[in-house]
Design a protein around this ligand. Structure first.
Ligand SMILES: [Zn+2]
Length: 251
């Protein structure tokens, strides 16, 4: 293992612009289940009925019931060593950005500063009618059969600032994603199966431009065949080793 860790550190150190691309797998050790895994939330809920923009308009109560269940995991979650290792690698200049499909805020909470969120964030909310932002405390919503929350100024429905099925990726995130797709020469892919567009196109674009890919994914992914280096292990075990290796050596 140590020689592969050294090789990964060497590749990151040699890159002129490295980014991390993260997905649900990085937050599993923080207590947030992977929606797509067997037994995950998508095994129990139909995303079209509880997490689509259509459902939010037609049946906000079902959507909010689902949001309450999701929020219960998120409010309890703490960043793990994989998040901290990425934050350390960013602050020491080895990676330039974290592009994430996660909505859990754990990268920011672990100290990463350039975080590009493709699917928004479930810690901020706004009124669908007047646009007023809300720092809604989901942790305070307890119990069953709660009504969806309403705006205190206009009575409109409050929604989280995350991307529902059927909605576009935020324009700013797309722009920044394109910037790194074109300009990065290394991506560290962490805990993402590579099935969700458009985030999944970033690694293939980097590879096409002559860049390198390192993958840290239990059980591999759709990226495995194009990766230069693959770790079939949990990110919270591997990323701290790579960060230590990067920070230990002086050049
Ligand atoms: Zn309002």
């Amino acid at each position: 293992m140590s020689s592969v860790v050294k090789e990964a550190a060497f590749m990151i150190r040699s890159a002129s612009c490295a980014v991390a691309l993260t997905g649900a797998g990085i937050s599993v050790a923080s207590g947030i289940p992977d929606f797509r895994s067997p037994g995950g939330l998508w095994a129990r809920y139909d995303p079209q009925k509880v997490a689509s923009i259509e459902a939010l308009h037609k049946n906000p109560a079902a959507v909010w019931k689902f949001l309450d269940e999701t929020a219960a995991f998120v409010v309890k979650a703490e960043p793990n060593n994989a998040h901290f290792a990425l934050a350390e690698m960013e602050s020491s200049g080895y990676i330039q950005a974290v592009i994430t499909q996660n909505i859990d805020d754990l990268h920011q909470r672990s100290g990463s500063s350039n975080v590009i969120e493709f699917h928004g964030n479930c810690s901020s909310f706004y009124c669908m009618k007047c646009g007023e932002p809300f720092h809604y405390n989901v942790a305070k919503r307890k119990g069953k059969g709660l009504e969806p929350p309403r705006c205190t100024s206009c009575g409109g429905l409050i929604r989280p600032d995350l991307v529902f099925f059927g909605e576009r990726i935020p324009e700013q995130a797309m722009k920044e994603g394109d910037f790194y797709s074109g300009g990065a020469d290394l991506a560290v892919i962490v805990g993402t199966s590579g099935e969700v567009a458009p985030a999944n196109m970033i690694p293939s674009q980097i590879k096409k431009n002559g860049g390198k890919l390192i993958e840290i994914n239990k059980n591999g992914s759709a990226y495995s065949s194009i990766c230069d280096l693959s770790f079939d292990a949990p990110a919270e075990d591997i990323l701290p080793l790579i960060a230590d290796e990067l920070l230990r050596k002086e050049f």
